[in-house]
Design a protein around this ligand. Sequence first.
Ligand SMILES: Cc1cc2nc3c(=O)[nH]c(=O)nc-3n(C[C@H](O)[C@H](O)[C@H](O)COP(=O)(O)O)c2cc1C
Length: 165
Amino acid sequence: MKKIDPKTLKENFFSLLDDRWALLTAADGAGCNPMTVSWGGTGILWNRPVATVYVRPQRYTKGLLDREKYFSLSFFSEDQREALRLCGAKSGRDMDKVKACGLTVVEDLSAPYFAQAELVLVCRKLYEQDFDPACFVDQSLDEKNYPGKDYHRMYIGEIEAVLQK
Ligand SMILES: Cc1cc2nc3c(=O)[nH]c(=O)nc-3n(C[C@H](O)[C@H](O)[C@H](O)COP(=O)(O)O)c2cc1C
């Protein structure tokens, strides 16, 4: 994979996230635990290129993200769809998802990512905060998405590396 300047990216993150999904990872001891995400975004904040992800409290990944300083987002071609389905349905608490999916972990940067990925963002956490029910301007979103009051935690990371095949 080649390291590139985020400003040269031609990808559309609306369709990448919503249609193709991504694997979110943070280090997990010696290995890593991929979790499928489709909510998130990229942009500029505090004059830096950033990526944002949203993680519910019941995810095993949340404990890892809270503990680690870095996370990665790996985007794949369609041939990894089954792996992304599995990583979005099973928990790292119960199984080794990397092994089950036949993914190859690469650990040459600050967060683990996957050799099979087409595009990878490596991010350093800058800010994290749980959604506050009092802050919903459109209260219907709270009712619809959080009947169990399991509010996502938002993690904003500075994109330190963009790798592309
Ligand atoms: C397409 C798709 C997108 C998902 N997006 C998110 C997301 O953005 N945030 C989240 O907390 N969970 C999301 N999930 C659910 C987690 O991926 C799922 O609960 C996973 O099993 C958690 O794994 P873990 O317990 O190993 O962290 C998504 C699932 C799928 C199938």
